[in-house]
Write a protein that binds this ligand. Structure first.
Ligand code: ATP
Ligand code: MG
Length: 300
């Protein structure tokens, strides 16, 4: 029972409407987990229950085998929420000092600046005057102030420009390498694919997939064979094969979707259509996301 986070049969209803439906999962120390899912899937509600900000209607949430709101737990976690709010009237440096003073062993202000990319100008600016992206940087610094073991981010990179985003993920990778446990939600599938060792895919309040990005991609049976042919070559002969689910042309390439790419390669050679530069691609995370969260799901 060394789980950093453990949810057991957690349910949340708002006004009799079930928004988190019997969710169970646990997280070991050092795991980096992405929570994905469409708008309204229950990601923020689940994160809020992990943080002890709202109570489950049913089920149990434990962090380090304790209740989320206990002081011993709060000292070990850092968080950046979807709605960033800042303390108005204080300058960024003053806020950093204030929040650091709450912790027994905070990171130094210099470390926080290095990790998050806060600038000298940010430090002397009053929090309410910061831009959206600058507020996120401050909020990131506050999340790390107490040198937390578990870090939870709800859509952390919304509103960040490309270089802030790259810097953010660089820091996250460094924190992960130090053995921190990290949970983040995102709508950017590439971020989940790049940064997380595990993805929890939510849909309509339930976990519909839980695995490494590779495992989730592998659940997509549909694969694609693509190739280049002369534009005047007809694809009619290929349409006759049942194994082919879909054929389309995009920029000079022909894409053929099928569950059995080996057979497709055979047809392509049999029919002598002059295909060249042939590529076989597995399902992408976007496809898995679409397939697992669409309302009329294909059985996979
Ligand atoms: N305090 C609340 N009172 C009533 N309904 C709520 C409350 N908070 C969330 N909900 C509802 O619960 C559902 C799940 O919301 P949640 O914020 O968890 O979704 P999400 O997955 O984080 O979505 P997004 O990607 O848009 O951030 C939504 O339908 C939302 O309207
Ligand atoms: Mg949300």
């Amino acid at each position: 029972m060394n789980d950093v986070v453990c949810l057991r049969n957690v349910t949340k209803s708002f006004h009799q409407r079930l928004v988190v439906d019997d969710v169970s999962f646990s997280l070991k120390a050092g795991e980096v987990v992405a929570i994905l899912g469409p708008n309204g899937a229950g990601k923020t509600t689940t994160i809020s229950m992990i943080l002890g900000l709202i109570k489950p209607t049913d089920g149990a949430v434990l962090l380090f085998n304790r209740q989320p709101h206990e002081k011993q737990v709060r000292e070990r976690i850092g968080t950046m929420l979807q709605e960033v709010s800042v303390i108005p009237g204080l300058k960024v440096r003053e806020i950093l000092e204030l929040i650091r003073s709450y912790y027994a062993q905070p990171l130094s202000t210099d470390e926080l600046i290095n990790l998050t990319g806060l600038t000298d100008q940010d430090l002397i600016t009053r929090a309410e005057k910061l831009s959206g992206g600058q507020k996120r940087r401050l909020s990131f610094a506050l999340a790390l102030a107490g040198n937390p073991e578990l870090i939870i981010f709800d859509e952390p990179t919304v509103g960040m420009d490309i270089s802030s985003r790259n810097r953010f993920w660089e820091t996250v990778r460094m924190l992960a390498a130090q053995g921190k446990s990290i949970i983040f939600s995102t709508h950017y599938l590439q971020e989940a694919d790049d940064a997380a060792g595990r993805i929890l895919l939510f849909n309509e309040g339930k976990i519909v997939a839980d695995g490494t990005p590779e495992e989730i991609k592998a659940r997509i049976s549909k694969q694609t064979v693509s190739f280049i042919i002369d534009p005047d070559v007809s694809l009619e002969k290929l349409y006759l094969h049942d194994e082919i689910k879909d054929i389309y042309r995009k920029n000079n390439r022909v894409y053929v979707q099928s569950d059995h790419t080996d057979r497709i390669l055979e047809f392509i050679f049999q029919e002598k259509i002059g295909a060249r530069d042939i590529l076989v691609e597995r399902g992408k995370l976007d496809d898995a996301f679409q397939q697992l969260t669409s309302s009329n799901k294909e059985a996979i």
